[in-house]
Design a protein around this ligand. Sequence first.
Ligand SMILES: *Cc1c(COP(=O)(O)O)cnc(C)c1O
Length: 343
Amino acid sequence: MANIPQQFASDNYAGICPEAWAALQAANDGSSVAYGNDDWTIRAADGLRALFESDAQVFFAFNGTAANSLALASLCQSYHSVICSSSAHVETDECGAPEFFSNGSKLLVAPTPDGKLTPQAIRDLAISRSDIHFPKPRVVTVTQPTETGLVYTPDELKAISATCRELGLKLHMDGARFAHACATLDCAPADITWRAGVDVLCFGGTKNGMAVGEAVLFFDTALSEDFGYRCKQAGQLASKMRFLAAPWVGMLESGAWLKNAQHGNACAKRLAAQIEPLTGVGLMFPVEANAVFLRAPEAVLQGLRDRGWLFYTFIGGGARFMFAWDAKVERIDELAADIRSLV
Ligand SMILES: *Cc1c(COP(=O)(O)O)cnc(C)c1O
């Protein structure tokens, strides 16, 4: 059955990339030990440890909301709070799951015009109150790249983690598109995680080309105590874990995790380059990963909708376009041509 013509409303519109699919198929061979005690899961966790040059504790969850929420819950008591950006996915798109799974740890939202947290914004919130009536700041969460498509450099992360350490805060990273940040920075994954002071990473597999699945890496392994129980209680322990783990093996061993992200980033640049020369429309944020935010008058946005384009406008009213592993350049050029013809 035919699917819809390719759209860029979300990187989750994409299918499964061949490398993840092949590994899934390879894992579907006979029987295997359940609940994560199988060879695929061990290989995936070892592969992640090798990629990150770390002896991190690794867990697999079905989606990003669960990974983030459970990771944050593991860092907090119910009376703690989590500092995040006002546009953070944990704040705007997880239906209160971080608060729910932590039994009430409150998100403290820093106003951030571009979605990026700064040491100053963290400090302002963290020291704003120190009395018994206010939930005690305990964690900072950053999204890498941000929901606005911006990438934190290693130095920016080091400055944030230095502030965290000074204030007694743990640092969590929502890496739903972590691979795209690695592709942009052309750095080792360690350089923007544990070497920059990140304690826990949620590494997105879904938006990187898998059907489903996120990895949670505890670089500070002491923080992972009992995390397995937390996953199980939250319904996140896959009984046939090999099918969650095998695609990671396929992605890591083939290099697809990085190749897919490089492609998504290049596609975003391709669209951005065709928007930049136009008058009357523009880019809302610098294009540093696989997102393009088009600022345009409502008539242009409506014109795009009328021509069948799907997109979200939940960040700042502009049109968001996201590019996944399978984005086709012809389709990007069609979108660019439609934008051109409407301005
Ligand atoms: C997509 C995304 C997630 C994960 O969302 P799920 O739908 O729960 O998988 C988490 N954080 C960010 C920034 C995202 O874009």
